[in-house]
Ligand binder design. Sequence first.
Ligand SMILES: C[S@@+](CC[C@H](N)C(=O)[O-])C[C@H]1O[C@@H](n2cnc3c(N)ncnc32)[C@H](O)[C@@H]1O
Length: 205
Amino acid sequence: MSIRTNYEKWYDQDEYYWGLKPGDFLNELIGLCPPSNDKKVLDIGCGEGKDAVYMAQKGYSVTAFDLTDNGIRKTLKLAKDRNVRIHAYTDDINTFETNERFDIIYSTGTVQYLFEENKKAFFEKIRRITKPDGVVYFNVFVEKPFLTLPPDWDLEEKMWKTGELFTFFPDWKIERLDEVIFEDMSGGIKHFHCMDTVICRKVDL
Ligand SMILES: C[S@@+](CC[C@H](N)C(=O)[O-])C[C@H]1O[C@@H](n2cnc3c(N)ncnc32)[C@H](O)[C@@H]1O
């Protein structure tokens, strides 16, 4: 079964597969680029919209996309339930295009679906569509010889190399750069992930 089919199935229920608690990193991003109604945010791989809707509630103008129709349907429903507007649509991280520019661009749990051959072009695009003084947040799962692949890891997901994510923003101001190993129970079996995270700013020269 393709990863799209899997996610469509997981999202095809009233319950929110990832819950509704916004990502811990969002308040850090908000601190680095405080909201106003002319500030634009892009959420890449928004899932069922918990983070995108939270950002809209904080006062940003939010655009979000995900590969799945069910994810977008639930994102729009959540926005409606919480009385905020959001621009959400289905698209693919590998091929998405936009003419807009954003103050905050973030993607959590999704960059592993970027094909190897698209990495360079993707990050060139991100660099281009970030407004001067804007900030970006990305995380990726990285491989370690002492960690086994998670039990629910899919063939369409690609592990990154330690530090690889950081190489796309050498000339930006690094606000946060870290690698952590954490325990997870997804798939019902205890396992560990190693994750690299970068938050950085396109300094207005
Ligand atoms: C681990 S979930 C994270 C969802 C959301 N960011 C969150 O934290 O709740 C990964 C998301 O990536 C999406 N996805 C997978 N492949 C994608 C692709 N090629 N383009 C865009 N989104 C994709 C899935 O549909 C899924 O919603």
